[in-house]
Design a protein. Structure first.
Ligand code: C2E
Ligand code: CA
Ligand code: CA
Ligand code: CA
Length: 283
């Protein structure tokens, strides 16, 4: 078996073998991974934008970039269908590079149209620890003459916890470059809050699992209140994710939450629809 594995590796097939060991062999899924390789070149990926607003005034301040795959036969695929697969296969590195370039092109275009918004980009651990990551991001910003505060990188608590030296060293490089970092899905990870003291975190995003029941569950209310207090004591901005109802927004505002994101404000949408949405809400 070892010999077969080695043979597979030498023939460049180790990646398929790896997939086959991780999950039951599903030829359809294997082909999806193969197709993802060419999806980038074929221009099949696209970024949707979801508005992020100030909690009290509902003024638009930014948007989160969420990747989609316009698959020629399967239609529009959500990231859950291909990002985890890309992470396992290493394709996440070119995919993330495409996302970063596209996000900054969009930021530049919005800036040119008089909308200096801050775009949030999701960054996987594997892409972040790729050598030269922070430099590449700085170069892309400079190429569009964008100020660094037009970008915010979202990483999960898991990324910080699972890979201490790697991702933490990159966090320090990003700090030197002036690039902000948000902790995504806050509260769902290992919750070793000590890292907030030593790492340059500018924003936390309270996970939607806490927001969902904030109006009905005294426990979730207490958790969100404590998270907001902790963040503010450390000078960290707080975003509530997954806000779907007005009464949730009201409670979040009363707790001192800074920013809101969710279907209540706007769904993730393609660039053109996002532009139209801005024009409509500004009127
Ligand atoms: P996330 O970063 O936590 O993104 C928020 C997810 O919540 C998005 O799902 C968004 O559509 C959804 N959402 C927003 N508002 C609401 C709401 O009010 N209610 C509910 N129920 N859901 C809401 P989406 O677009 O399917 O993305 C799923 C995950 O895929 C993201 O979770 C993120 O972890 C990952 N992802 C998306 N784009 C990228 C990317 O470019 N690179 C990487 N590495 N990961 C990405
Ligand atoms: Ca995110
Ligand atoms: Ca999130
Ligand atoms: Ca997530």
């Amino acid at each position: 078996a070892m010999a077969a594995m080695y043979q597979a590796k030498r023939s460049g097939g180790h990646f398929l073998l790896h997939e086959a060991r991780c999950e039951p062999v599903d030829p359809q899924m294997l082909s999806l991974t193969a197709e993802l390789r060419s999806a980038i070149d074929r221009d099949e990926l696209m970024l949707f934008l979801q508005p992020i607003v100030k909690c009290d005034t509902r003024q638009l301040v930014g948007a989160e970039c969420l990747v989609r795959w316009r698959h020629p036969r399967r239609g529009l695929l959500p990231p859950g269908d291909f990002v985890p697969r890309a992470e396992r296969s290493g394709l996440i590195v070119p995919l993330s590079d495409w996302v970063m370039r596209e996000a900054l092109a969009i930021a530049a275009s919005l800036q040119g149209a008089g909308h200096p918004l801050r775009l949030s980009v999701n960054v996987s651990r594997r892409a972040m620890v790729e050598p030269g990551f922070a430099d590449a991001v700085s170069r892309y910003l400079a190429a569009h003459s964008l100020p660094v505060d037009r970008l915010l990188l979202e990483i999960t608590e898991e990324t910080l916890m699972l890979d201490e030296p790697g991702s933490r060293a990159v966090m320090q490089q990003l700090r030197h470059a002036g690039i902000g970092v948000a902790i995504d899905d806050f509260g769902t990870g290992y919750s070793q809050l000590a890292y907030l003291k030593s790492l340059p975190v500018g924003q936390i995003k309270i996970d939607k699992s806490f927001v969902r029941d904030v109006t009905t569950s005294p426990t979730d209310l207490a958790i969100v209140r404590a998270l907001v207090e902790l963040a503010h004591a450390l000078g960290i901005q707080v975003v509530a994710e997954g806000v779907e109802q007005e009464d949730q927004a009201q409670v979040l505002e009363s707790l001192g939450c800074d920013l809101l994101q969710g279907y209540l404000i706007g769904r993730p949408m393609p660039f053109d629809a996002f532009r139209a949405w801005i024009e409509k809400t500004e009127r």
